[in-house]
Design a protein around this ligand. Structure first.
Ligand code: ADP
Ligand code: MG
Length: 370
């Protein structure tokens, strides 16, 4: 007879939200003779003219500032979080900024210049192969559009109301009924990702021809199970949210009306609530309004919770974006103050032979050293 028993091990450490800034290079369509509005001072500092006081500069300091850097350089800064996922640490990486600032380029990239999502999956699969890990990797794709959550894999089954966000016994937020695909090779993952991207709601606005109007989330779930010398199993499990947020547009500038206006309103709502959550956390307020929007509910654990978090704030360097850039820099600066209490999700599962004589069963000892 065999008995199994599980023990959940909890270790935690404090980790501030990592806040980075990516300044998008000038695009051919933007050539102007004016000096750039954003000035990158070094790898951690930028300055902009104070929009409220001419002749004064505002300087912002971040964990990292990128100025025309490569996709490789940006991913290098994410590698610690990706490695943590194989060691049981939940995490979120999200791109924030106005439409056209480079969020989708950073998170998804293109075939010739892949972004964080494809690089993360490649790295997880490669590491698992190199280290001979017993990794089970799963992926889900979802979008939050007009405050509704849609499954981007089982696209046919989209209902008008979308899916529910729920909380499990460990107070983790999950999307009820979302589809998952097993990721055991990169080409298959790439095909699923492309089809999810196609299913994402997009519409043309004046700002950006194919402006994405929804928050796009790639959710990766990793489980690594390792046999220990005493016959028990150690399991690390973690979730990684990779989020390409929709841009928050100024309706006057983009000329949105009708449906587009409604969309803009709800996009602004979740970004507005995100700002309120950051504010509440910074002030140490008891009530953080995570529940006021779907995006913040999903991010709950990554802002002031048990997960690691990294923000990639994206801005264009031109003066025409001055107002949005100022808002993005201020959001990013406030987010820097949030400290998470990061937990490792580890489980020890012990299987032991139990004597078959009834009433004389051996105590299942869960102590790994004992
Ligand atoms: P967003 O998702 O924030 O609306 P995009 O990522 O779509 O913005 O970027 C807008 C345009 O700028 C796209 O054509 C994209 O390819 C280009 N772009 C963005 N960031 C970079 C970058 N770092 N280097 C080169 N081109 C970029
Ligand atoms: Mg985009």
């Amino acid at each position: 007879m065999q008995g199994t028993a599980k023990r959940i091990q909890k270790t935690s450490s404090l980790a501030p939200v990592k806040v980075t800034l990516r300044v998008r290079p000038t695009l051919p369509s933007e050539r102007s003779h004016r000096a750039a509005f954003v000035r990158v001072l070094d790898s951690c500092n930028v300055s902009i003219p104070n929009p409220r006081m001419i002749a004064e500069d505002l300087t912002y300091t971040f964990d990292r500032v990128w100025d025309g850097d490569s996709q490789e350089a940006i991913f290098a800064e994410c590698e610690e979080i990706v490695a943590g996922v194989l060691a049981g640490v939940n995490a979120t990486i999200f791109a924030y900024g106005m439409t056209g600032a480079g969020k989708t380029f950073s998170m998804l990239g293109s075939v010739t210049s892949p972004g964080i999502v494809p690089r993360t999956v490649q790295t997880l699969l490669q590491t698992s192969q190199q280290k001979r890990l017993n990794l089970t990797l799963r992926a889900s794709f979802l979008e939050i559009y007009n405050e509704k959550v849609f499954d981007l894999i089982a696209h046919d089954s989209i209902t008008a109301n979308g899916l529910d966000l729920r909380e499990d016994a460990n107070r983790n937020i999950y999307v009820a009924g979302i589809s998952e695909v097993l990721v055991d090779n990169y080409p298959d993952f790439e095909r699923t990702l492309s089809s999810a991207i196609k299913n994402r709601a997009t519409a043309a606005t004046k700002l950006n021809e194919h402006s994405s109007r929804s928050h796009f989330v790639t959710l990766l779930t990793a489980t690594v199970k390792t046999p220990l010398s005493d016959g028990s199993f150690q399991t690390f499990s973690a979730k990684l949210n990779l989020i390409d947020l929709a841009g928050s547009e100024d309706n006057k500038r983009t000329g949105n009306t009708g449906l587009r206006m409604v969309e803009s309103g709800s996009i602004n709502k979740s970004l507005f609530v995100l700002g309120q959550c950051v504010e509440a956390l910074n002030k140490g307020q008891m009530r953080v309004p995570y529940r006021d929007s779907k995006m913040t509910r999903l991010l709950q654990d990554s802002l002031g919770g048990k997960a690691k978090a990294m923000i990639i704030a994206c801005v264009g360097s031109q003066e025409e974006y001055a107002n949005d850039t100022y808002n993005t820099l201020n959001f990013a600066a406030k987010s820097k103050l949030i400290v998470n209490k990061v937990e490792v999700n580890e489980e020890i599962e012990r299987t032991r032979k139990i004597p078959s004589r009834s009433g004389d069963e051996e105590q299942v000892d869960l102590d790994r050293n004992g």
